[in-house]
Design a protein around this ligand. Structure first.
Ligand code: DGJ
Length: 543
């Protein structure tokens, strides 16, 4: 009898602890703490239940936010081991009748997110979706004269909304505020972590609006907010510049005017929503080549491309961050983009990218910088009837990483926020890279390796992270790479060795040992990582 009581007590304590652990990983404890972004020494963290959190995300296809499509979406999320689903919500569905709001789809998403213990980032597809206005409700589409598109340089119609239409802006702001009001009321569990306002706003096909109203504004004075010396400096203009858009910004005037106009509009919509419920809000950007300074006519003008981030910051203070959608072929460009969007005034978040191993490697750079999250686009099969096995195979590169990170997500988030992580990503030239760790330099080469020889990776998909826990103590994480070390400073050239290399997993705050790696697994310089990512708790010693 006594034993039974003891057993029940143990089981009850175990159950409660289990619940706490599950809630620690997924949040949604209903503690009443709203997700928020904090900053420390120029680094950022997304706090969920009061602690740094990394969104291991996956984004559904554009038309997959409907109940009949969601089973495939959840299957993809599960197979990826994602903790966050990014999913669109549609203005045309939410406000099909003017002023009458229908939140049934949002409600379904909230309920199913909780059932699957997965957080949500909602994407407000409204005035802008990839530069066009195709998610505007039907009643607005039918009133083109009240809600017009912009006019091209030669007077031609362009399939992109004008950012100068007060009625459209007010309508969008009203609907967005209603969405945020619904979340405030219905999401006390904080299933929703962030909301994306619009989707890749800006314009394809015209650098700006050339309608008579827009032209009048363009010929007016640049607003005083943009004429502050620090803002002008960040845009490479003299600190005392003033006058018209052309006077101040010269050849960039058309694009900068459009960026200001689009950002002001979205800033207004965001502020209306934030006043109701202050969740973190962001805007995603279709990118330009970050290395070549191309003309704005070759990319989506007016969006938050790297060159106009300072304009977006001034024009839309209710937007917490602008985020790059990374679909770039080359490692130099992609890594440059990550660097450019990781700013003291802009938390890093990659809300869209590809799901191949080439894209998965960038996750390491993002998390080392204390990024808030990472998410491949189009995770579900988009109604094509793919089998679970096919979806699983497609998402395998991301799933491998998320499976390894998921149980240590809270540690990684904290280490990233504290600046303890450094990462290297295999570049397209496969070159060896070094990481300065204070008393030690880590040297990382990429490839699959036998005991003494290395075979270069055929594709540039290797990656490595080092977490500095102490002067001689590191967590090494990686795949398809090989580590070695050199003592630095006054110890340069001295003999050294591995005191211990432990392979295992961080689970709920504890490192659980799988094996001690030694012999072939650490000789010839140091540990090798194969195709499957691994976590090594490593201590070095001078001899
Ligand atoms: C980027 C957009 O933001 C997504 O909604 C989607 O249209 C993808 N492009 C398609 O590649």
């Amino acid at each position: 009898m006594k034993n039974n009581v003891k057993m029940i007590r143990i089981m009850t304590v175990g159950f409660v602890m289990g619940l706490l652990l599950v809630s620690n990983i997924y949040g949604q404890t209903g503690t009443g703490t709203i997700p928020k972004i904090v900053e420390k020494n120029g680094r950022h963290a997304l706090l969920v239940d009061g602690q740094p959190f990394i969104m291991l995300g996956g984004q559904a296809h554009n038309s997959s936010g409907w109940p009949g499509m969601l089973p495939q979406v959840w299957m993809a999320i599960k197979t990826m081991h994602a903790n966050t689903l990014e999913v669109p919500i549609y203005w045309e569905q939410i406000e099909a009748q003017p002023g009458k709001f229908n939140f049934s789809l949002v409600d379904t998403l909230l309920k199913q997110g909780r059932e699957h213990k997965v957080h949500l980032v909602l994407l407000w597809f409204a005035t802008w979706k990839n530069g066009s206005s195709h998610y505007m409700p039907e009643w607005m589409k039918r009133e083109a004269s009240k809600y017009p598109n912009l006019t091209g340089r030669n007077g031609q119609p362009v399939d992109s909304p004008s950012p100068h239409i007060q009625a459209a802006m007010e309508a969008d702001a009203k609907a967005f505020a209603a969405v945020m009001g619904f979340l405030k009321k219905s999401d006390t569990q904080h299933t929703v972590l962030m909301v994306q306002v619009e989707n890749e706003p800006g314009s394809w096909g015209s650098v700006r609006d050339y309608s008579p109203e827009a032209q009048k504004l363009f010929e007016g004075q640049v607003p005083s907010e943009l004429l502050k010396p620090d803002v002008l400096k960040s845009l490479n203009k003299p600190a005392d510049s003033k006058g018209t858009w052309h006077d101040v910004f010269g050849e960039n005037a058309d694009e900068y005017f459009h960026a200001w106009s689009v950002a002001r509009y979205i800033g207004y919509v965001a502020a209306a929503g934030k006043a109701v419920y202050p969740l973190p809000l962001y805007v995603n950007a279709s990118l330009r080549d970050p290395l070549k300074n191309p003309p704005a006519s070759t990319y989506e003008s007016g969006g938050a491309t790297d060159n106009v981030i300072p304009i977006w910051k001034v024009a839309a203070p209710a937007i917490d961050l602008v985020a790059p959608d990374i679909y770039m072929p080359g490692s130099e460009q992609a890594l440059k983009v990550i660097e450019l969007y990781d700013r003291p005034d802009n938390p890093l978040f990659v809300p869209e990218t590809g799901s191949s191993q080439e894209y998965a490697r960038y996750m390491y750079d993002v998390f080392a910088r204390g990024g808030l999250g990472f998410s491949p686009f189009g995770i579900d099969d988009n109604g094509q009837g793919a089998s679970e096995a096919e979806i699983t195979a497609r998402l395998e590169p991301i799933a491998q990483e998320y499976t390894m990170i998921e149980p240590m997500m809270r540690e990684l988030a904290k280490w990233g926020f504290d600046g303890k992580i450094k990462a290297v990503v295999e570049r397209d030239d496969h070159a060896e890279q070094t990481i300065d760790l204070g008393s030690w330099q880590a040297v990382v080469s990429f490839g699959t390796s036998g005991r003494r020889s290395e075979q270069t990776n055929t594709r540039p998909i290797g990656k490595a992270m080092v977490v500095k826990l102490g002067e001689n103590e590191f967590v090494l994480i990686g795949s398809l790479c090989h580590f070695t070390f050199h003592p630095l400073g006054s110890n340069t050239g001295k003999a050294w060795q591995y005191l211990k290399v432990e392979e295992g997993k961080y689970e709920n705050g504890t490192f659980n040992l799988l094996r001690i790696r030694n012999g072939d697994e650490t000789d010839w310089g140091g540990p090798r990582f194969g195709a499957l990512p691994a976590v090594l708790h490593t201590t070095l010693i001078l001899r």
